[in-house]
Design a protein around this ligand. Structure first.
Ligand SMILES: C[S@@+](CC[C@H](N)C(=O)[O-])C[C@H]1O[C@@H](n2cnc3c(N)ncnc32)[C@H](O)[C@@H]1O
Length: 223
């Protein structure tokens, strides 16, 4: 599939699903609890709980969250991070509108939301102290560009932290990812295995730590 087609498909996919996203991803409703349990084998967003504590609440530098989505997982964390400059970037304005609604109610000036492409980011080289990327790489239309750009904008010594779906860990998840989520435009092929993710990160970063909870790979590494 042409890159522009993939990009359009992802935009349309999240536009159509933005209003259901929070209920689904947080397993908050009975229907989503059942779906998340069947598809991912998870009770809730347990993998998120292993990642967010890696970001210090008293961070004084710049944090990039890409893709920020609706900020459903990060909102409670960011509202305590008064000393950090936080940039939330996402391709889908519809997803970002939910994040904006959340942050606008806080009256803070340190969280900036911007529509944009992870593969072509409007930030200088070495700009961020931390780049967070949760549930993005299985969606990004051009994963190589995303790895290059997240690396480019991170300072030497900065941390790259994130998670996303990897193939080869759980059959049901693999089947649904390929046959449902690719078709509805919320995931984009090709998917990575844990081994491929390790190779990719070790090529760019040091102190690479990777752990997975079923089909969700989590990582932390240093530029
Ligand atoms: C599954 S959501 C994850 C959002 C959030 N990080 C979370 O964990 O709830 C995936 C997001 O990736 C965004 N996305 C897809 N392709 C993108 C791209 N090229 N650049 C930036 N964001 C993109 C979608 O718009 C969507 O909001």
């Amino acid at each position: 599939m042409e890159n522009t087609n993939r990009e359009q498909k992802i935009k349309t996919g999240y536009k159509k699903n933005a209003n259901k996203y929070d209920d689904y991803i947080t397993s908050k409703k009975l229907w989503s609890k059942i779906i998340v349990k069947i598809i991912w084998g998870l009770h809730d967003e347990e993998y998120v709980k292993t990642l967010l504590p890696l970001i210090p609440n008293d961070l004084q530098g710049k944090l990039l969250d890409v893709p920020a989505g609706t900020a459903v997982f990060t909102y409670n964390k960011y509202k305590t991070m008064h000393k950090a400059d936080i940039f939330c970037l996402d391709y889908s304005q519809e997803m970002l509108d939910y994040a904006l609604e959340r942050f606008n109610s806080l009256n803070t000036t340190n969280v900036h939301c911007k529509q944009g492409d992870v593969g072509n980011m409007p930030f200088e080289n070495n700009f961020f102290d931390i780049v967070l990327s949760m549930n993005g790489f299985h969606a990004f239309p051009n994963k190589q560009k995303a790895f290059m750009e997240t690396y480019r904008v991170l300072k030497p010594g900065g941390k790259f932290i994130g998670c996303f779906y990897i193939k080869g860990e759980r059959r049901v998840s693999d089947f649904v990812a390929r046959n449902v989520f690719v078709r509805n435009g919320t995931f984009t092929l090709p998917f990575m295995t844990k081994k491929e993710l390790a190779l990719q990160l070790k090529e760019q970063y040091t102190d690479v730590k990777i752990w997975n909870i079923k089909s969700i790979a989590c990582f932390e590494c240093t530029k």
